[in-house]
Every structure is written in C-alpha cells, then in structure tokens.
Design a protein around this ligand. Structure first.
Ligand code: DC
Length: 228
C-alpha cells in the first residue's frame, strides 16, 4: 500500500481533529493538529504580554518566533499533546482566550511561514494526517488526499457549546455562535493564506452525518488513494 499525505482543512469546530485522529489511528499514520501549533504561539504571546485583547506587538513576536519550540509528544493513553518550550500546554491551549489569540496570530505572515516550515518537515516521510486551514493549499499542495470539511455555523456552535458544558464551563450559546462566526470571518478574510478549499479537495459537509458515516466516507477515499 502506498504511503500518502492526507490534508484535512475546514472551518473551526467542524470535527476535523476527530476525523483526522480516527483515520491516523486506523492507518497507523502520524496525526498533526496544526491548530494546536497556532494556539501554542498564541499562549506564548499572551503570557509574554505581546498580545492583549486589543493589541499585538508584532515586532516582539517576530523577534522571538524562532525561540518558540513546538513539539508533539504522545502521552500514556496514545494521545498527542502539545509542548511549548518543553512544557505540556495541551489543556491551556484549549481555552476560548487562547483560541481567539490563535486566530489573530495566525494572520501574521512571519508566524505562518515558520509554522508551515515546521509542518513541511513533519511530512517529509509521508504517512501523515494533518488538519488545519491551509494544509491542502499551502503546506502540502501535492497531498494525495485533500478533504475540505464543513458544517453550518449553528451546528458547529452547538457542538462546541455541548463540549464546554460537558467540561463544566458556564457559557451562553449566543456567545459561542458569535465566536464561531467571528473566527470564520477572520480565517476566510485574512490576507495571508486565508481558508480556501483547494481546487482538488473533496468537500464533506457533516452537518447531518454521524461520525460513523463520516469516517466511512473517509475510509473509502483513503483506500482509493493508497492503492498501488
Ligand atoms: O483548528 P483550531 O481551532 O485549533 O485553530 C486555531 C486557530 O489557528 C484558528 O483560528 C485558525 C488558525 N489556524 C490556521 O490559521 N492555520 C492552520 N493550519 C491551523 C489553524
């Protein structure tokens, strides 16, 4: 069976990571969550005071971007976790504050160039499932299988809301929906590598699909692309 690169792009909270992780698990491929890398940069900038709710000190971020060391390590349960300069930040990068910051730092060209460079190195041996916004368009335009995953904003907000409530957080659905729409807008309209469907990507709208149905579609596509 041929080893390939699987690129999964799409809007936030539409289940890209669930889909990518599951496929990586079934195939023995490496899973890379590129959003976690942008989130870790966001956390680093927030902690250093280079990003507040209203401001980004771009020259400071640029000066320090090469000193940010990002690494994925697999925990005892087999789950890949994000490490920032040697510290496990997997939980801290999942907050709304860090997500909003990630959506802002990801508009900076020098941040994108550095992370894309690291992502391309991770894919040199193929056998990788990578999810993000620009994987099929910028990171691996030659990826053998490209998926563009989508679902309505309301459905994505509901899924995120349910997740947050399950974690015991107190949230308001309207706020979550507004946040989803704001991030969609920023992801699609930034000047640097905006979220776009690659011309050869296959669109899967999972608004009305179960995870099982979605994985079945993906499994079939993967099998077709890996035939020798
Ligand atoms: O997928 P996520 O929600 O963890 O991503 C966090 C932010 O990072 C999101 O606002 C978009 C940005 N991002 C990006 O610009 N390019 C990627 N390849 C991955 C994420």
């Amino acid at each position: 069976m041929k080893k390939i690169i699987v690129a999964i792009d799409g809007f936030s909270s539409c289940g890209k990571s669930t889909m990518a992780k599951e496929l990586a698990h079934e195939t023995g491929y490496i899973y890379v969550d590129t959003g976690a890398m942008y989130r870790a940069v966001s956390l680093f900038c927030i902690r250093n005071g280079w990003m507040t709710e209203t401001e980004m000190i771009e020259d400071q971020i640029e000066k320090n971007i090469s000193s940010i060391q990002l690494e994925f390590k697999t925990n005892a349960g087999g789950k890949a976790e994000m490490y920032l300069n040697g510290e496990n930040v997997e939980n801290e990068i999942r907050t709304l504050e860090v997500a909003n910051g990630a959506s802002r730092v990801s508009t900076l060209g020098f941040v994108r160039r550095e992370l894309v460079r690291q992502q391309q190195i991770m894919g040199l041996q193929k056998g990788i499932v990578m999810d993000g916004r620009d994987i099929g368009t910028v990171v691996f335009p030659e990826a053998e299988l490209k998926i563009f995953l989508t679902a309505s904003a309301e459905i994505r907000a509901q899924r995120r809301y349910d997740e947050m409530v399950a974690k015991g957080e107190t949230v308001n659905f309207e706020d979550v929906l507004a946040n989803v729409k704001e991030r969609d807008d920023r992801d699609q309209n930034r000047a640097e590598s905006p979220l776009r469907k690659a011309s050869d990507a296959i669109v899967i709208d999972n608004s009305t699909l179960s995870i099982r149905q979605q994985q079945e579609i993906l499994r079939t596509l993967f099998a077709e692309k890996t035939l020798d």
